[in-house]
Write a protein that binds this ligand. Structure first.
Ligand code: ZN
Length: 155
């Protein structure tokens, strides 16, 4: 690992020391009026050992983006990591870690019962052919099975 501190928070995280799956508070940004953005690292796959397939990841992104907002109005963004091992979840003015865990759990339970991927068409998505509801549900199922491990980030 480099000694130099980098601009991006996750570039300073030792990815060989973490133990997926986990939910980790990655960053807090405060605006000049006191509003705070909390950014969470939802790691699903063990870095450099496994990764999500693109269609499954993409469908899980659509499903979580749509369904998480049924449980809270604090979600700013849910975005997949380019390494395909997890998602970043940004919330505004919500610093309750345990409740974030609950929101993720409720959202994944919604994913399990979904009968279609929302917005997987060429009008509403940039790669509508790359989706897998079945794949997303397998990811959600596996993640929920390890729910008790989510709060433990390091091995
Ligand atoms: Zn899409």
């Amino acid at each position: 690992m480099t000694e130099k501190k980098m601009n991006v928070e996750s570039f300073n995280l030792d990815h060989t020391k973490v133990k997926a799956p986990y939910v980790r508070l990655a960053d807090i940004k405060e605006g000049q009026h006191g509003d705070r953005i909390h950014k969470y690292d939802l790691r699903i796959c063990q870095p450099n050992k496994e990764h999500m397939d693109m269609p499954a990841l993409h469908s899980l992104e659509h499903l979580m983006a749509e369904m998480s907002r049924n449980h809270t109005d604090k979600v700013v963004d849910i975005s997949p990591m380019g390494c395909q091992t997890g998602f970043y979840i940004a919330l505004i003015n919500h610093d309750d870690y345990d409740d974030v865990i609950n929101i993720i759990e409720q959202t994944l339970n919604d994913v399990l019962t979904a009968t279609e991927v929302p917005a997987c068409n060429e009008l509403q998505c940039g790669w509508a052919a790359s989706h897998s509801l079945e794949g997303a549900q397998k990811l959600a199922k596996d993640l929920l099975a390890k729910r008790s491990e989510w709060t433990e980030v390091f091995a």
